[in-house]
Ligand binder design. Structure first.
Ligand code: SF4
Length: 63
């Protein structure tokens, strides 16, 4: 599975990081960094929670 992130919609609010800090990180410059763009299958539920927590619809999980 792979995380798709729409940078143009992202408002750097950090909800995804709060849910899954090992996968998403807001850098010092405010930009979101995908630490694990292709998370292991065992992380699916957590990543789905993070995708659902994004208020701007910037995240999708493919695969
Ligand atoms: S929750 Fe959504 S808007 Fe906020 S940093 Fe993550 S991807 Fe961006």
């Amino acid at each position: 599975m792979r995380i798709e992130w729409d940078e143009r919609r992202c408002a750097s609010l950090g909800m995804c990081e709060e849910v899954a800090p090992d996968v998403f990180e807001i850098a010092d410059d405010g930009e979101l960094t995908l630490l694990v763009p292709e998370p292991p299958e065992g992380s699916r539920a957590l990543v789905l929670d993070a995708v659902a927590a994004c208020p701007t619809g910037s995240l999708r999980l493919l695969g």
